[in-house]
Design a protein around this ligand. Structure first.
Ligand SMILES: CC(C)(COP(=O)(O)OP(=O)(O)OC[C@H]1O[C@@H](n2cnc3c(N)ncnc32)[C@H](O)[C@@H]1OP(=O)(O)O)[C@@H](O)C(=O)NCCC(=O)NCCS
Length: 433
């Protein structure tokens, strides 16, 4: 018997099957042959929320949750955050290698020259209510670009794909900044081609009447680092939406909008906002112990703690903690930091959190940092969506060029009625809804 196989005995029929094991997985389709009779469809797996199902092979991002490891294309996140810019990392995610000097210069030029939005996009955005959530504006506007670039539908053409990738990476900060300005009642600011990617974003956000907004280098570097840390995270909810929607060959604007919509949920991109609310609720350092006690008694959770994959310190949280210190030297210390540090100290020494392997995650310090930079909590998820666009697009490219992939179409276990006789309207009973 070959070593890399799995033998299954079906106790319903006493038949035995041998299926190959590859990369620690068996192919779900290999189970289809396991049937009780000719009218049996064949065995399927049932896996709500994809808890134990690999939906693709991917060479982009590697995570070892037990060891607290995150790597893009083989490079540890710590190394990339220290030595690279976000645009270099975006290039790495998309093309598999870090760019040479010449490649990077060209890449920066290309992205910078795709930051402008068609003027009609501005009119579209102005149609939103004054208090529209920036994430609602972001998702809708990214989808609306599909109407401006109809050629984007040619998703099987590599040159066309590359053009849309550059457009999306170039334009998402512009859309994000315009969403923010709209919610502040401020006029939109156009991109400035003399700026770096984060500097341009900052000037589109915060420029007032000065002829040229000059970004603080520490803040713009901190923002760039945050972009690097959020650029990809393998098959999470938003990325799965990206892959699922684009598997129908929908254009990348529609697929990116779908991915951003998934990100908008509070269980995904919204946790950093919750951390701030929690720190406000705690109020001061001396109340932390009581708060932790209440959490242990089952009253709520420590927001920004725990992760489905990381059962060790989230490597991104360590970098953010360091980066936050740099930001506070410029902006002044966010008083919430002291509460957060105390919370972390107490929780990490506590048996409850140690036993459950609950460590600070990426959201624990990012919210405090964003707030110190001047962002309102509603913008936090939009800030996440900007860099994640690069990751989504890398995953999209990988999907489109993967010969094993097809339109995503899960199976179901049907639990409804069998065939029923039709009931005329006068004989129907009301259903309580
Ligand atoms: C991220 C999260 C959803 C992961 O959930 P999960 O992998 O399904 O883990 P579980 O919900 O099964 O938690 C396992 C145990 O730890 C506890 N736990 C998990 N996160 C906790 C937290 N933040 N505070 C207190 N207890 C927590 C659970 O109550 C459970 O305890 P039990 O075994 O006594 O029932 C969860 O940790 C959480 O809600 N964290 C807070 C929200 C957050 O920061 N999200 C951002 C993620 S990047």
């Amino acid at each position: 018997m070959p070593e890399n196989t799995l033998t299954i005995t079906d106790n319903r029929t006493n038949k035995t099957y041998t299926v190959p094991v590859e990369n620690g997985t068996i192919r779900a389709m290999d189970l289809r042959q396991i049937r009780t009779g000719s009218d049996d469809f064949g065995l399927m797996t049932y896996d709500p929320a994809f808890m134990n199902t690999a939906s693709c092979k991917s060479a982009i991002t590697y995570i070892d949750g037990d060891k607290g490891i995150l790597r893009y294309r083989g490079y540890p996140i710590e190394v990339l955050a220290e030595h690279c810019t976000f645009l270099e990392v975006a290039y790495l995610l998309l093309f598999g290698e870090l760019p040479t000097e010449a490649e990077l210069t060209n890449w920066k030029y290309e992205i910078t020259h795709h930051t402008m939005l068609h003027e009609s996009t501005k009119t579209f955005m102005q149609g939103f209510r004054y208090d529209a959530h920036p994430m609602a504006m972001f998702v809708s506007t990214v989808a609306a670009l599909s109407g401006i670039y109809p050629e984007a539908r040619q998703v099987l053409d590599p040159a066309n794909r590359l053009l849309q990738i550059k457009r999306l990476i170039g334009k998402v900060p512009t859309i994000a900044a315009m969403s923010y300005r709209h919610s502040e009642g401020l006029p939109y600011v156009y991109p400035d081609n003399e700026c770096t990617y984060p500097e341009n974003f900052m000037q589109m956000l915060w420029k007032k009447v000065e002829p040229k907004y000059v970004a603080h280098p520490v803040i713009s570097r901190a923002l760039d680092i945050l972009f690097i840390l959020h650029a990809d995270h393998e098959q999470n909810c938003g990325t799965n939406a990206m892959r699922s929607v684009s598997s129908s060959q929908a254009d990348p604007y529609l697929s990116t909008a779908a991915a951003a919509a998934a990100l908008a949920g509070p269980l995904h991109g919204g946790a950093n906002e919750e951390v701030l609310k929690m720190l406000d609720e705690i109020g001061s350092k001396d109340k932390v112990w009581d708060y932790v006690k209440r959490v242990k008694e089952g009253h709520g959770k420590l927001m920004g703690f725990g992760h489905r994959i990381y059962k060790n310190y989230d490597p991104r949280a360590k970098i953010i903690k360091w980066s936050a210190e740099q930001v506070f030297q410029v902006t002044g210390r966010n008083p919430k930091l002291d509460i957060a540090l105390e919370l972390e100290r107490i929780a990490l020494e506590d048996e409850y959190f140690i036993k459950r392997k609950l460590y600070p995650n990426v959201d624990f310090y990012s919210g405090i940092m964003y707030q110190a930079m001047g962002f309102r909590p509603e913008m936090f998820t939009v800030l996440f969506a900007i860099p994640r666009t690069a990751g989504w697009l890398a995953q999209w490219q990988e999907l489109i060029t993967d010969p094993e992939q097809k339109i995503a179409r899960p199976r179901q276990v049907y639990t409804g009625h069998g065939t029923r006789p039709f009931v005329p309207i006068e004989k129907r009973t009301a259903v309580t809804v």
